[in-house]
Ligand binder design. Structure first.
Ligand code: SAH
Ligand code: SF4
Ligand code: F3S
Length: 439
């Protein structure tokens, strides 16, 4: 009889893609995908370590799973992903955890699971620099998926001083462009309408073989030409690698979406240097200026966090000032959380008091809400192509989808359905969403 595996995913889009890879690996070894945690034979939790909060969530979840294990003595529980890599031993000490596997150890996961049959707890957190999971058929659980991810690089070499990712994901490696093109084609054949190329520093992609040397601008053009009917997106770009060639590729290829997620983290040169971000405020703003010149309707989004070591009120003001200059459509905002083992945790004092971090974060969110509202109001009267993603939560008669700038639009369904491209005229705007009508 098939065993049923339930996979729960936390963290970034890379983890979402990895969970599909893991589902594919388990499926190839006779596991079927289960969507109800209560009916599973094996529960796998794919975890994130990026901030302390992310890990707290997992500990709480494990406490809940304890009750499931009481009901089903044969239930197996595994932790994979970044937290598994970071604190495998500690996780194994938790009474419900049977196995732990790091991000480079998924290929042999079914073996690891069956080896726990004899009652031992097991873990595999070996790094494997050659592991790109190419050739593995991912398993998507939705029935009419429209938007898919393809991981083109894994790992990160940047060692931003605050960040745990280089320690949990290992060194950066790029997949073969041939494998990437094959994966994108397979998504197109399955009816997908959109593909997002993924990497921690996606625009540092570089793959060389005997025939070619392919960098990110070339790769994204190859992808765009391979699937002209599909939207092509990419994330996350590092500001140091936003080249003119990449901006030109976006500007010149209709199906590469006019949206760049370009995390700035801070607007202060002093803080950027302490963060080891490898660019200055001036460099960043020059890149934004070039983007706006070459792609006038480009959507811009960012990750920003406050309260990093050494951040004064003046430094923080520089961040708010930069946010106003750029005018992000959307920003993901956080407060600094020390990650054990990182350079910052060893060399820098976590010297901004928690209260000040909270207060700065709430000011930052207020500033961004105001910017988002102004940016969204400026869209009123314009018409955008929208890829329909589904019914709006509030009403069956309303659909929602995204513009190529990645803004969410809600509109009356008419005869449109999930997966359609429709032209929508914007009639109303709040800081979070646009409303419109199909024209
Ligand atoms: N590779 C991407 C994303 C990394 S994690 C990049 O370089 O942009 C996503 C975001 O989490 C980061 O961009 C950063 O804003 C935030 N982040 C990372 N480490 C953090 C920490 N220790 N405390 C608070 N926020 C953090
Ligand atoms: Fe972390 Fe920096 Fe790498 Fe992003 S680029 S994953 S923030 S080390
Ligand atoms: Fe989290 Fe790991 Fe992604 S730490 S953000 S799941 S790479």
């Amino acid at each position: 009889m098939n065993k049923k595996v339930y996979i729960e995913t936390y963290g970034c889009q890379m983890n979402v893609a990895d969970s599909e890879t893991v589902a594919g690996i388990m499926h190839s070894r006779d596991y079927s995908a289960e969507t109800d945690i209560n009916s599973a034979d094996v529960i796998i939790i794919n975890t994130c370590s990026v901030r302390d909060n992310a890990e707290k969530k997992i500990w709480n979840r494990l406490d809940y799973i304890k009750s499931l294990k009481r009901k089903n003595k044969n239930l197996k529980v595994g932790i994979i992903g970044c937290m598994a890599q970071r604190i495998a031993e500690k996780l194994l000490e938790h009474p419900v955890v049977d196995f732990v596997a790091g991000p480079d150890a998924y290929r042999n996961l079914p073996d690891l699971v069956s080896e726990t049959d004899i009652g031992f707890k097991l873990s595999n957190t070996d790094f494997d620099i050659s592991e790109t999971y190419s050739g593995i058929e991912q398993l998507k659980t939705g029935t009419d998926e429209i938007s898919g991810f393809v991981a083109i690089t894994r790992g990160c070499n940047n060692f931003c001083s605050y960040c745990i990712v280089p320690y949990t994901r290992g060194r950066e490696r790029s997949s073969s462009y041939k494998d990437i093109i094959a994966e994108v084609k397979s998504l197109a054949n399955k009816g997908f309408k959109e593909v997002t190329l993924l990497g921690q520093n996606v625009n540092s992609y570089l793959f060389e073989d005997d025939e070619n040397k392919v960098d990110f601008p070339l790769l994204i053009k190859m992808v765009a030409h391979t699937v002209p009917e599909m939207r092509v997106r990419f994330t996350t770009s590092h500001p140091k690698d936003i080249s003119d060639a990449l901006i030109d590729a976006i500007a010149e290829n209709k199906n590469i979406c006019n949206h760049i997620h370009l995390p700035v983290q801070s607007g202060s040169n002093k803080v950027l240097e302490l963060m080891n971000r490898k660019y200055t405020r001036e460099w960043y703003l020059e890149r934004i200026k070039t983007i706006k010149e070459k792609i006038p309707d480009c959507g811009l989004s960012s990750d920003i966090f406050c309260g990093f070591s050494g951040e004064t009120e003046e430094d923080f003001q520089e961040t708010l000032d930069l946010m106003n200059i750029v005018g992000y459509d959307l920003a993901f905002m956080f407060k600094y959380s020390v990650r054990p083992g990182t350079a910052a945790s060893k060399n820098l004092e976590d010297d901004v008091p928690e209260e000040a971090k909270k207060e700065r974060l709430s000011r930052m969110i207020k500033v961004q809400n105001k910017i988002s509202l102004a940016k969204n109001r400026a869209d009123i009267g314009k018409t955008y192509e929208v890829l329909v993603e589904g019914h709006s939560k509030r009403s069956e008669e309303m659909l929602f989808g995204r513009t190529e700038q990645s803004k969410v639009v809600v509109f009356p369904a008419e005869n449109a359905k999930r997966g359609d491209f429709v032209m929508v005229k914007i009639t109303e705007a709040s800081s979070a969403t646009l409303k419109g009508i199909i024209v």
